[in-house]
Ligand binder design. Sequence first.
Ligand code: HEC
Length: 164
Amino acid sequence: MTHAAKARIYLAAIAVLLLVIAAMAYKFIVAGSTQEGQDGRVAIVLEPGERALMLREMREFVAGLQLVAEALAREDMPGVAGASRAMGTPKTHDVPAALMGKLPLAFKTLASATHRGFDAIAADAQANGTSRHALAQLGEVLKNCVACHASYQVVTAGAAPGRR
Ligand code: HEC
């Protein structure tokens, strides 16, 4: 085989590898693991344990919101800060990489906006922000919960679309 032919084969192999890497990156970062849900939402397909982890974190949001509401009613701004901080960005560090790779980019964007929103509520409440300001911020953050639930559901691998 001539040098030129060898070089062409190497180049072709490199091009194929780069394509594979790009496809994997697209799947992992942008597309995630989804199918069409029966109710028109996008169904994210997870392992049962991953679904359980996600739903547990969701219920922790509700528990956190309960604490924030109580603290707001008492004008207890350190309490608002503490409960909000618990729902902030550090929370995302618990998410396993395999699960992260199954989440579409738009989902991850909404999720991180939600956690950053709680970071901001905590920071402002800590810096002597008013309860009215915190409530307005909360109203904005809750729009992410509404938007995400309108677009996505979670199903387990092997289940028919729309089924759990
Ligand atoms: C980035 C997307 C996203 C955001 C943001 C989000 N959720 Fe969810 N949540 C989901 C998905 C997906 C489900 C599963 C829904 C389904 O399968 O029907 C869910 C389920 C839930 C559930 C049901 C839990 C269970 O045990 O069944 C609760 C409660 C919940 N979310 C609360 C919240 C609250 C409160 C917020 C905002 C503070 C929030 N979520 C923000 C995506 C999101």
